[in-house]
Design a protein around this ligand. Structure first.
Ligand code: NAP
Length: 284
């Protein structure tokens, strides 16, 4: 029970923080009294306090004070201001756990002038406890703190540790951004069903069940995806006709280019975040 007796502060109480808090409380990993959340809007703070009975504060520095883990759950554009508020207010033994897209360990280390940092990338199914989160840590993060990070991120779903920070950039492009690719594909399939003559409701049901079932089957069978696809592709059949059109339309190339564009953008955002960080501080 790595989280027993530990206090967690969330800097930013939006969608992802709420998903984490819900997961932590549902799994009884920490009591509400050990969770503090800060944010600028009084109504949002009142909502979180009412719903989860957690402590809410207007000041980020006050929320972080005394917490064993400080979760950075704000949007990237407000991160520089938040780091300024927290800089020099953190104790060396506090763990910073960032879920901020594109914010590199180096940018966080310099911006906060703090050494023990975990950088992670969850994805949006976190809202129903089905995230896949990749994370990495600075060398100063102790083994106990790694366990804490793993447990907190596990409240969102599955967790994968990366030795190399580059893998978190890669995961940002593949799984962090991934739901938007899947939603677009699903939306296109629903539209195709409507074009065939189905009502939108029926087309959505057919597509959602097909995607859910295919993912569950692929995982359960443990077989190569190409093998599963070949299994349903009969000579001269419907799948062969459809796959011919998909390959002709270069679907694989388009997807690969899209993921690479997301990766390039992640690296650009990381470089911009590093350029924004104050010049003084320990090297990352
Ligand atoms: N959503 C995802 O699927 C997803 C996936 C992976 C990573 N992430 C990362 O997770 C982070 C949070 O995303 P989100 O979707 O939870 O965003 P969100 O719902 O917009 O939450 C951000 C929260 O931060 C609050 N905030 C704004 N300025 C602040 C400040 N100066 N100090 C403290 N709190 C402040 C906002 O308050 P107001 O509501 O009052 O503005 C809001 O409650 C982002 O960096 C994103 O890159 C998100």
């Amino acid at each position: 029970m790595p989280l027993r007796g530990k206090r967690i502060a969330f800097i930013g109480g939006g969608t992802m923080a709420e998903a984490m808090i819900r997961g932590l409380l549902d799994k009884h990993l920490v009591p509400p009294s050990h969770i503090a959340v800060s944010g600028p809007r009084r109504e949002r703070r009142a909502e979180l306090a009412k719903h989860f009975a957690v402590q809410t504060l207007a000041s980020n520095a006050d929320a972080a004070r005394g917490a064993h883990v400080v979760v950075l759950s704000v949007k990237p554009q407000v991160l520089p201001g938040v780091m300024k508020e927290l800089r020099e207010k953190l104790d060396d033994d506090q763990l910073i756990l960032s879920i901020v897209a594109g914010a590199t360990l180096r940018a966080l280390r310099h911006g906060l002038d703090h050494a023990a940092i975990v950088r992670s990338m969850p994805n949006t199914p976190a809202q129903i406890g089905l995230s896949i989160t990749m994370w990495t840590a600075t060398r100063e993060v102790t083994s106990d703190q790694r366990d804490l990070a793993n447990e907190i991120l596990g409240a969102l779903g599955e967790v994968l540790h990366a030795e190399e920070e580059l893998d978190v950039d890669r995961a940002t492009a593949l799984s962090g951004t991934g739901p938007s690719y899947v939603f677009l594909l699903m939306e296109a399939l629903v539209d195709a069903g409507v074009h065939l003559g189905f009502s939108r409701r029926v087309a959505e049901e057919l597509v959602l069940r097909t995607v859910e079932g295919s993912a569950a089957f692929a995982r359960k069978s443990g077989r190569h995806l190409a093998e599963l696809r070949n299994q349903v592709t009969s000579p001269g059949g419907t799948s062969a006709a459809a796959l011919y059109e998909l390959e002709k339309g270069a679907l694989r190339t388009v997807l690969s280019r899209a993921v690479y564009a997301a990766f390039t953008r992640t690296r650009e955002l990381g470089a911009a975040a590093e350029a924004d960080a104050p010049p003084k501080g320990r090297p990352g």
